[in-house]
Ligand binder design. Sequence first.
Ligand code: MG
Length: 506
Amino acid sequence: MKIFDKNLRKLLLKYREIYLLEKTTLVLNWDLNVNLPSKATDARAEQISYLSELITEKWLDPEFKANFEKVVLKKEKLSELERGIVRNLERESKLYYKVPKEIITKKARLSTLAFMSWRQARLKNRFSFFLPNLVKLVELDRVIAEHLGYSLNPYDALLDLYEPGLTSGFLKKIFERLKEELTPIIIKITSKDKTREKFKIIDSKKIYPLKAQKKLSFFVLKKMGYDFASGRMDVSPHPFTTTLGRFDVRITNRYKKHDFRESLMGAMHEGGHALYNQGINKEYEYTPLDGGASLGIHESQSRFWENQIGRSEDFLRFMTPILQAFFPNQLSGVDNRDLFVLFNKVEPGFIRVEADEVTYNLHIALRFEIEDALINATLKPKGLPEVWRVKMKNYLGIVPENDNQGVLQDVHWSYGAFGYFPTYTLGNLYAALFYEVIRKELEVEDLVSRGEFTAILSWLRENIHKYGKFYWPDELVERVTGKSLDSNHFIDYIKTKYSKIYELSL
Ligand code: MG
């Protein structure tokens, strides 16, 4: 990578230290999620907050800052690549230059403790175990929003941390449209045919051995092109992907004894995230260009593999004999049509990560509205379980019976990530946009039905992955699709796919 500017070269040398500390923090976090003994929590919180302190000090180092300011002043004169680096440095630095150091460190410590109290609360199935830490996290994020600054809504300051320039105003319009279009589709589908399944494929009497499920995940990940020499797969309560180094992109999964779908789709989802990071230009390692363009774009890659590929008719046709080989007794007599219907069953449920494509975004709408209200202090954390029940009833017509089925199900709030959830919906919308283009350029259906994914991965690598953070998300989408983000393409995709499955005109 050619860096001509002397100051920027110096800056990147220092940035390398920040990068290394961040990756080390991720190792500790991976271990926290996968391995940590319960009594080690406090020590881990100390270790993580100490590293966060060191990272903050690096950013605030007077020499680093002075050099950074010099580079920013001559930004216009730099090469395109150099400008891309500076733009990302400016974005990353915002938190450190606007929010006092004590607050950043406090959040690092608090979120580790809150994560463990959330785990405890989940074990007891009681929100009250998590509430005290949640109250503190909401307060802290409100303070952070004030420091970051915003024009209309403090929540916008937090949304921008996860997706550059994202606002609650834009999201309100997106979610209104999605609610308006999706609600009648859900009603039409669920009131139609409930006895479509010929066999009880998923049933509490049927066991899908965990060992076979794990092997199946390995099989599919290899097919997709995931490099196991640069990664691994472990078990965690909430599946995730983490990039500990350019050649260390790890995923986790979880397994249900009576249902093999979640671990298979989980592997494809996290595999999609991991393929992105394994495909970024190697020269970007140790620089601010390493990583996905944004969380929304990142999620588009995971959702693309999970939904546009994994839940497609062609993929499930390809997988039918393979699934039968993995689960011969459980799936005997089942055909590809049965599996296509099974993997795309539209059914309002409590759990977001298990939701089908049609109801999924309503789970996000609920979280978006709750976060907006929490950060604006129009809703107190104490009132969360009740608001959750009311909104679930309104959007999906069901009411959770306990906290694990409701407010405690997701990990995100346990580390104070308010503003993160909406990027999931953006991911769905971006994925639909990319899918339209890729289908024009490749024979996707034919490739997928033969289990041939190399060309698809190459397309993603060439058009999206290799650029890392070189482009803003909207620039990237414009380059690849010639369009900008909206909900139309997603809605069209849903209508086409589910009209076919349910034999309805949607
Ligand atoms: Mg994801």
